[in-house]
Design a protein around this ligand. Structure first.
Ligand code: ADP
Length: 552
């Protein structure tokens, strides 16, 4: 993967990681904070509920104290024993109850017999044991108890907060037992004050309830004496909604953050990697053989700028060094060529000198007779022969030394090879096998490539001297265009394989050893390769590879 993408991805991964760590943590903290706040609110409401219960009890106590001190009750106590009971005694509870805000009021004598009942007038003259039991409990305290009362639906038993007061008249004692019902109206009132659903539960069954609480909920209970429990159910739906809202907001932020980090990551990584990519490209170009490539340092700063400067400095040095190396290699190569050329020239000079010396000696021996004439003819021929050889050597050398730059044009290689091969006819047991694939377009100097072909075929013919067989000339078209010349001669001598393309390497008495050196130079100047390998029958296989071009 490219550095730019790797860096951009790293940025994104980092921000995703951050979000993945921070968001759940923040949400958890927020959740517990919200839950804590909710609990605190509920606790506060429960204080209100307690205060309300206290207030209710206080009201009951005050009402009953005031009742116990009233003249009306003193009258009841005074007349309680009269038979039949006077009307002010039997209706006393009903008339005294409502103005004092009481739901329950019974007047009973010392034996527990009902003298008057506000909430259940039918109980007159009968005992009301549960209510009478209150007189035995905590002296002026308010207690919870069940009270039987008549309703349009009949007799029901309802929870109530009651207290008892004794009214003494001489020896006689009358009890006033009164209080308030834990009714639906009270549940409604509590629900309104607390915002909770309120259930008044007695003996496991709900006696009265008010309000609603959407789930999820939080429940608290308040016992009322031994008879009832007030259950408050607080809805936590708003808590859940808040949490969801915050989560949404968080995710929104996270999304925007992620988007930003992607954009930012890409921008930053581009800024960082642009110089690095330029450096990589330049390094590749240098590796590909173009020394001295410079990198533009635009946009780079700090260490990257330093790196680019150093790189440019290094490529500059490298180019200088390469140039110097190439120059000294060229000098060394020419020195070698000159050395071999001198050697080649010296070879014919020795026979020339010897011939002339022989002639000189003979001419000094006496008059120029027939023998001298013969000797002269022979020597002159030898001298001419050697001079010819010298001329050939010098001609080929000047061709090698002054090889003109190729004049390139696009050709189908098969169309270049075909007319040349048409000039060759089978001779002395040697046949020509020509197979040319068309369509191999190359950019070449036609004359120079023809020269290479003629040279390779000439070498093949010379290698096959005195043998019979075929010389195969092929053009093959692939990603490159190949020209192959394969013979069925003895192959390249092992001693020569490494030096075959060097100037003046030859095994032939009349050879100059420049043919393959010239061919190699021509092909190299075309950007191609010239290689030799063993042919199928053990002969030599020369292969020219040229870059294939697309038609202009
Ligand atoms: P020259 O032909 O003048 O000797 P070249 O450079 O053309 O110079 O060839 C150099 C040497 O390479 C030859 O002398 C010969 O020994 C060897 N050679 C070239 N072509 C072939 C071939 N087809 N088969 C065997 N040897 C070859």
């Amino acid at each position: 993967m490219r550095l730019r993408w790797t860096l951009a991805l790293a940025f994104v991964a980092l921000s995703v990681l951050q979000i993945a760590v921070v968001v759940p943590l923040a949400l958890r903290n927020l959740s517990s904070l919200l839950a804590g706040q909710q609990e605190a609110r509920v606790d506060q409401l429960m204080v209100t509920v307690d205060a309300e219960a206290q207030r209710l009890q206080g009201d009951v106590r005050r009402a009953m104290d005031e009742l116990a001190a009233s003249q009306a009750l003193e009258d009841v106590a005074r007349d309680a024993a009269r038979v039949p009971a006077p009307a002010h005694v039997t209706t006393a509870a009903t008339s005294l109850m409502t103005p004092r805000g009481l739901d329950v009021l019974a007047l009973v004598d010392d034996t527990g017999r009902t003298l008057s009942s506000g909430h259940l007038p039918a109980r007159l003259g009968e005992p009301d044991d549960p209510l009478f039991a209150v007189t035995k409990k905590a002296a002026r305290g308010v207690v919870g108890t069940r009270v039987e009362l008549s309703t349009p639906d009949g007799l029901v038993s309802a929870p109530a907060l009651v207290t008892a007061r004794a009214i003494d008249y001489g020896e006689r004692r009358v009890w006033a037992i009164g209080g308030v019902l834990l009714s639906e109206a009270r549940a409604k009132d509590l629900s309104r004050r607390t915002g909770a659903r309120v259930d008044i539960v007695t003996d496991g069954a709900t006696f009265a309830s008010a309000g609603e609480a959407a789930p999820p909920t939080l429940t608290r209970t308040v016992p009322v004496g031994e008879v009832a429990t007030i259950r408050l159910t607080f809805s936590q739906a708003d808590l859940v909604a808040t949490r969801a809202e915050v989560l949404r907001a968080f995710l929104g932020f996270a999304g925007v953050g992620l988007l930003l980090s992607i954009v930012l990551g890409f921008l930053v990584s581009r800024r960082i990697t642009r110089p690095v990519e330029a450096l990589t490209d330049a390094a590749q170009q240098i590796a590909g053989g173009t020394p001295g490539v410079k990198v533009e340092g635009q946009g780079a700063s700090g260490e990257l700028k330093g790196l680019i400067d150093t790189f440019n400095h290094m490529t500059g040095d490298l180019k200088d060094a390469t140039d110097k190396l190439v120059a000294s290699e060229r000098i060394a190569a020419w020195q070698e060529v000159a050395r071999r050329l001198a050697h080649e020239i010296k070879n014919p000079l020795t026979p020339i000198r010897m011939s002339l010396e022989t002639l000189l000696a003979a001419s000094q021996r006496g008059p120029l007779d027939d023998r001298f004439k013969n000797l002269f003819t022979e020597s002159a021929r030898a001298v001419l022969e050697e001079v010819d050889r010298l001329k050939r050597i010098v001609d080929e050398f000047s061709q090698f030394a002054r090889l003109p730059r190729p004049e390139l044009a696009q050709h189908d290689l098969a169309a270049v090879v075909q007319p040349v091969m048409a000039l060759y006819a089978a001779h002395d047991g040697v046949q020509f096998d020509v197979a040319l694939d068309p369509g191999g377009l190359v950019s070449i100097d036609r004359d120079q490539v023809t020269q290479v072909l003629v040279n390779l075929v000439k070498n093949a013919e010379e290698a096959m001297a005195g043998r019979s067989g075929a010389i195969h000339v092929r053009v093959k078209v692939g990603t490159e265009v190949l020209l192959e010349v394969e013979d069925e001669g003895p192959g390249i001598p092992a001693s020569l394989k490494d030096r075959l393309f060097e100037p003046y390497v030859t095994t032939k008495p009349q050879g100059t050893g420049l043919g393959l050196a010239i061919a190699l130079r021509i092909i190299q100047e075309h950007g191609g390769r010239l290689e030799v390998s063993d042919g199928r029958t053990g002969g030599a296989l020369f292969r020219v590879s040229l870059p294939r071009v697309s038609p202009r």
